[in-house]
Structures are given as C-alpha cells and as structure tokens.
Design a protein around this ligand. Sequence first.
Ligand SMILES: Nc1ncnc2c1ncn2[C@@H]1O[C@H](COP(=O)(O)OP(=O)(O)OP(=O)(O)O)[C@@H](O)[C@H]1O
Ligand SMILES: [Mg+2]
Length: 384
Amino acid sequence: MEVSKSSLKCILFIAKFINSFYNSKINLNIFKGVILIILSIKNLDITFRTNAGNIHAIRGVNFDLPRGKTVALVGESGSGKSVTMKAVTGLLDSNCIINSGNIFYNFNGQTVDLLTFSKKDLRQKINGQQIAMVFQDPMTSLNPTMTIGAQIMEGMLLHKKISTSDAEKKAVELLNLVGIIDAEKRIKNYPHQLSGGMRQRVVIAIALSCEAKILICDEPTTALDVTIQAKILNLIKDIQSQMNLSVIYITHDLGVVAKVADFVNVMYAGKIIETGTVDEIFYDPRHPYTWGLLSAMPDLETDDDRLYSIPGSPPNLLHEPTGDAFAARNKFAMKIDEKAAPPMFKISETHYAATWLLHPDAPKIELPPELKARLERSRKAADL
Ligand SMILES: Nc1ncnc2c1ncn2[C@@H]1O[C@H](COP(=O)(O)OP(=O)(O)OP(=O)(O)O)[C@@H](O)[C@H]1O
Ligand SMILES: [Mg+2]
C-alpha cells in the first residue's frame, strides 16, 4: 500500500495530537510515539547497607515496558535484574536505600509513581492485582499446607466481589488455561502432589487470577528441564497474546530471550548497558559485553562444542568503579574507559549502547569474526 506524503504527515499530526492530549491529561510522557508505555522506570538508583560497607547495586536504571509487549532483562548473576524488579513490587530487603528514581505506572488511566507507595498500599492495591510475579522456584511461592485451588481462589476472594463457588469455577478455568488436565480434580491437590512443571503452571494461574496487567517472570524456567521449559515459555506467550499482558522476563539465558522478547535490556554491574529490539540486540549488537553474552550461547549449528565465557568477573560494587565497569574485561577498552563511564550512545530510535567505542572519535572495531559469522548464519536462517 502506498502512503502519500500528505497522508503520512496527517497521520503523524493526529498521533502527535493524541499524544499531547493524553500527556496533558495524565501529566506524564507515558506515550512514546503511538505506543502506550504501561511502566516506566526512571533513573532508579539503589544501595544496600551491609556490615562490609555500602553496595551500590543499581546505578541509574531506565527502561520502559510497552503495553502488550515482552521486555527481557538479561545479564550475568549479580547484575541487578531481580533488585530492579523487586523495587517495582516493593519486595526490596529492608537494608536497601533508594537513592533516587521513579517507577511510573499507568494505573487505571492515571499515572502513579510506585516508589511513593507504602509497602501496605503496594500489597493491597498493586501486587497481584496489577503486577504479578512468577519466580524461579514455584515452591517458594506456593503454600505447602493449602490446596492449589484454595491458593488460586485466595486473591480473588480478597480483592474481587466474587462468591466462593464463582471463584472455584474461575480457578478451574485458570487451571485449564495453563494446561493442567483434570482441573476439577487437581484443584484439591497440594503442591507436593504436582510435578515441578505443573507447580510453575499453578503459580502462573495464581498470577493471572486477579487479572494483573503486568507479569514479571524472574527466571521462571531455570529449575525446569528443557522440554518443560519450552512448554512454559509457549504458555506465557499464548496467555500474553490472549490477555494483552505486558511481560518483564528476567533471565541470564539469551536463548530464552530470543524466544520470548520484543525488546531487550542488557544489564551489567547495576546499569543497562545496551537496549534495543530483539532483532537489534541479536543481529546488530554494539556493546562488547553483549558480544560476549552472545558468544557464550551454545551454538547448535556448528560442531564446535567449546563454550566461550567472558574472561574475568563483574566488579564488586562495594567499591564502585570510576570509569566503565566493564573496562577490566573488555579487550577493546581505551584510556577513557578507566576515567569516565560512557553515556548511552544512540544507534536508532530504539537501540542505544553505553560504550565509548560508539564515540565518533573512537577507532572502528569490527565484531569478533566468530560472532560475525554466527550472526550472519542466524540472520540467514531467520530470512528463510
Ligand atoms: N539484601 C541485600 N543486601 C546486600 N546486597 C544485596 C541485597 N540484595 C541484593 N544485593 C546485591 O545486589 C546485587 C544485584 O543482585 P540481584 O539479585 O539483582 O542480581 P541478579 O542480576 O538478579 O542475579 P541472579 O542472576 O544471580 O539472580 C548483587 O550484588 C547482590 O549481592
Ligand atoms: Mg535474580
């Protein structure tokens, strides 16, 4: 379909008009273009007080979750993925200090800053009902002394005006939705009577029971074997499209990210160091840390079974690095990396990376040849 210049201008004008109207109503730049942003984390900065000193765990994190999309947070252990999400749901440990930040949430058409909510308000108004979490180990979320039916019904009975028999019907429907066979019988089971995969399905059913708008999945399939993992990933994707859920998916596994994400945020030492669409991160990565993560993915297409791992380990945030936190592990590091942390350099409207290699004066660095060959192979496979 051909769109003339004048009609394109007209579409852009209408989009801008809707945007400014909506912004003026809710007094927040929560629309980006014409995509509705349901959650927006701005400049989140968190320290933990410990006997050894202060750990600056989250150092200015920014990201948006567009409605109905999946944003992945990926990075090595300790990079700050879980702490960032715990800040959203008020589950941070009591030794934390929130130095700065806003977590804007589109709450029934009104923009609220979740960081201004008390723990009690988060528990009563947000957690479960608006934003639900699914953790790695379903046993930590399930109560071993209650039947799974009672656990699915609990939130509905507490927060919704619903009779016990209707809540029970809804619990059976939810168990069917998450693929549990014989749901009528299964609701009477206790968690220990179910397999690990079934338990994780129950946790997802509980998360959906109060019709939450955002699902935060923190390594939900890490404890499961590969075939069950694939089924749970497909389940989350199906439910997401049926219910227009917005999903934040935390993982250290880029293979999983490729399957579930629309957008990817790569975290390192408490910062997002590269952000982009899934295609931008997988086919055109710009940060040497992202190159390392991609190179460390098992390659099923070649006979080479040597697993690459990024040399060294992340910095200890008890002693905050002065320059780029990745410099010590980066074979392309320059003098400036030791002195100053790089800003986010823009590559496209959706793609940014924090590496001095993107500075106009930096030497031109080619992708490592093995990674380049690998990305070309996967690009060709995707084009097929
Ligand atoms: N209560 C706490 N006290 C002190 N430090 C903490 C506390 N909670 C988290 N941290 C520190 O914050 C940093 C980020 O932790 P976080 O749990 O977010 O990592 P992660 O990216 O989720 O890692 P993983 O992949 O292992 O789950 C780590 O250095 C961790 O040790
Ligand atoms: Mg974690």
